[in-house]
Design a protein around this ligand. Sequence first.
Ligand SMILES: [Zn+2]
Length: 290
Amino acid sequence: MKVIGVDIGGTKIRMGVLDEDMNTHLDLKVPTTFPLYELLEKEILTILEKHPDVEAIGIGTHGFVDPKKGRIVYATELLPGWTGTEVKAQLEKATNRRVEIDNDANVAALAEAKIGAAKDYSRTVCLTLGTGLGGGVIIDDFVLSGGPNGGAAELGHMILYPGGVECGCGRKGCAEQYVSGTALRRRITEAGLSYQPEELFKADDPKAKQLIREFTYDLAVVISSLQATFDMEVVVIGGGVSEASDYWIDDLQEQLKPLLLNDVEIVIAQFGNEAGMYGAAQLVLKDIHK
Ligand SMILES: [Zn+2]
């Protein structure tokens, strides 16, 4: 069975024709232009002309998604005009194929859970430490997706410090403001240091080490709360910050010890930029929405 996996981001859209074994029959990137739905439909129809044996289309996108209706509940100005788009209904009509769509963090988590770093586990939580703190939860092989509000598994917006640093969501103290690449930059500046985040981890400087300890402590608290909620077998950590994991993983393990109810595996994500496309394909290769 062949499917199309689509990863929609603010600057580019990546599309692949993939099969169950994740053989890539096509891997294409186009710049994101607007109106976005029209672009998406045109590109998909072009691919289908060359690959008429494609049976379904899976899509991961920035924004809050109602996966049941296949509708974009809310997308920021990164994707103007995308809010409210009935992607599933329109694209199924245009292509005569099954279409599934979900939030990009959920889809990336699905790739790790099904074919990546957590493929041997059935209860997985993924944390992506990049610009923000993205999350995805796969329990008993099903994705915990958004409901009508599209807001489930928005792990970065769990409040970590009530009344703390203001978040883009309008509230204060969200985990994303403490545990993300952007947060790390802020913490470095506030500590009066001038390292780039990647330099910080390698620095032989007690102030830098203290900052890393505070950062891994906050990450450990997030993982501890998630364990109490989901009792996951494994946590997959991805995103830019995970590339330096050799320098902070021991610190994290140390901080976790007094905070966990049970042991939990901590692993680093297997996929980078291709996670979105692979995960989107997984959306339609198996029935993963409960
Ligand atoms: Zn927030």
